[in-house]
Design a protein around this ligand. Structure first.
Ligand code: NAP
Length: 455
């Protein structure tokens, strides 16, 4: 019998690192499937465009997808185009690494008013995600409130505060750059419901906010007064200590009168997104901790805003009916082996955010994906073998269902087209956002045919 056949669903860092560890084992062939025509998941569609160094991780991921033991199949939606049963028919093992793309809800009135968006939507739009509506954001707002003080909040606040000129050398799509260039935004306010000693951002990311040309960072020194318990926590944690040092430096600065201002506010709990018909502000309540519990003081603070971005974390929606542990918000697993009612589901594994929740940095996915691959390889001798062993059977099945899988050559055509767009803007790449254009670039013959791709 031929070697092990594995499907990895999701071509983000967790999936690709799992594929790398599987391919390294030898005598394993891996298909990496992704519902998007382009690979790299969060590296391409989540890492901010100006985080060029972190984006360069795609070079390492590309090497894996170019390994002869690995095949990329984009534009294939597992759950829609293929069922779990289809995968079991063609693969001995299946690793799900589809992430946690859905935003958490805030649960306050006005959350769905026009002008109130999830940060996920904004990130998808500026990253040129094919699911993002091209004209979703206009940036006519002068004041923007960003709810949350994690690294995603820092990303969106930074992109809103930077000038279009500063973002032009990045891969942001042309239509995004046009909107950023015409942006009316002058004030961006990040709001933490707890204090600076509880903020989730990391120091390197925080520090970048103070380096934005044409913007003043404003911090109220009163927000930086710590309780004895907070002081103790800060003393014992290098990141918190460094964060506080950065914030104190800003609190001591005199604003220069720069055209844009970025405020960091703490201890304000969102109560309501204000407005009738459209957002006019965010109502917050001053809050504090009592016995570790966040308690409102009754004092209301209204922040004017014509746009609110909710950046309060992501949540896992398990694919193809995999179980969800409501307490951890993840798919229950044992070192990557999916557990249903405490028992391993034969041949089914998870990696990345599905496995550990929306935490960690890109690099966290390497040990995570490797651990899952190791579990699968250890189980291999006892895994029931898939009946269909022809590697082309899955492509034929997709064709039958009128789904055109984007293979590596299709992605290379997209890659080349994006680099050509980049050359015209004097940068390495400009992303193509529109799904139809991605597909007609991957399959040039289709633009001449009446037969258009399925999605
Ligand atoms: P996060 O780190 O979990 O931060 C979520 C923020 O939302 C916290 O400040 C949290 O406050 C706040 N929040 C949650 N519920 C709230 C509510 N009901 N009202 C007000 N505030 C609320 O999530 P994230 O920023 O989405 O980041 C996800 C992961 O990606 C993290 O591991 C992050 O480090 C990573 N990431 C890394 C980078 C980078 O390395 N450059 C960039 C982007 C993302 P509480 O703490 O009070 O709950």
């Amino acid at each position: 019998m031929s070697g092990l056949r594995v499907a990895v669903v999701g071509s983000g860092p967790a999936g690709v690192y799992a594929a790398a560890a599987l391919a390294r084992a030898g005598d394993v062939s891996v298909d990496v499937l992704d519902r998007l025509p382009a690979p790299y998941g969060l590296v391409r569609y989540g890492v901010a465009p100006d985080h060029v160094k972190m984006k360069a991780v795609d070079g390492a991921l590309r090497k894996v997808l170019e390994d002869p033991a690995v095949r990329f199949l984009g534009n294939v939606d597992v759950g829609t185009d293929l069922t779990l049963a289809d995968l079991h028919r063609c693969y001995d093992g299946i690793v799900f690494a589809t992430g946690a793309a859905v935003d958490r809800r805030l649960g306050v009135p006005g959350e769905d008013l026009p002008g109130s968006f999830s940060a996920t939507d904004f990130v998808a739009w500026y990253s040129g995600h094919p699911d993002a509506q091209l004209d979703r954001f206009t940036l006519h707002a002068r004041h923007v409130v960003v709810i949350g003080v994690g690294n995603v909040a820092v990303d969106v606040a930074r992109v809103l505060t930077k000038t279009a000129a500063a973002l032009a050398p990045t891969d942001v799509p042309g239509h995004v750059l046009d909107v950023l260039g015409a942006s009316a935004v002058t004030d961006v306010t990040m709001v933490g419901r707890r204090g600076p000693a509880h903020a989730r951002f990391t120091t390197k990311e925080l520090r970048e906010l103070g380096e934005i040309a044409g913007a003043d960072v404003v911090v109220d020194p009163a927000d930086l007064v710590l309780s004895p318990a907070e002081q103790e926590a800060v003393d014992g944690d290098r990141t918190l200590r460094a964060n506080l040092e950065v914030l104190r430096g800003w609190a001591a600065r005199t604003p220069t009168g720069a055209p844009r201002r970025l405020f960091l506010r703490f201890w304000l709990r969102p109560v309501e997104v204000l407005g009738t018909g459209a957002v006019t502000g965010l109502r917050t309540e001053r809050a504090g901790l009592v016995d570790g519990r966040l308690v409102g003081t009754g004092e209301t603070v209204d922040l004017p805003a014509q746009m609110v971005l909710r950046s309060v974390g992501y949540r896992v929606v398990p694919p193809v009916g995999l179980p969800l542990d409501e307490t951890t918000g993840t798919v229950p697993h044992d070192a990557g082996r999916v557990l249903r009612d405490g028992r391993p589901v034969p041949g089914v594994y998870v990696a990345g955010w599905l496995k550990r929740g929306p935490t960690g940095v890109i690099g966290t996915n390497k040990p995570d994906g490797t651990e899952t691959a190791r579990s699968l390889l250890a189980d291999a001798p006892t895994l029931p073998r898939a009946p269909e062993r022809d590697p082309d059977a899955i492509v034929a099945l997709l064709r039958e269902r009128r789904v055109r899988a984007v293979g590596w050559s299709g992605w290379q055509a997209i890659d080349a087209a994006e680099q050509a767009l980049g050359a015209a803007r004097d940068c390495a790449r400009v992303k193509i956002a529109d799904r139809g254009t991605l597909l007609s670039t991957a399959f040039p013959e289709l633009s001449a045919e009446a037969d258009t791709p399925s999605r």
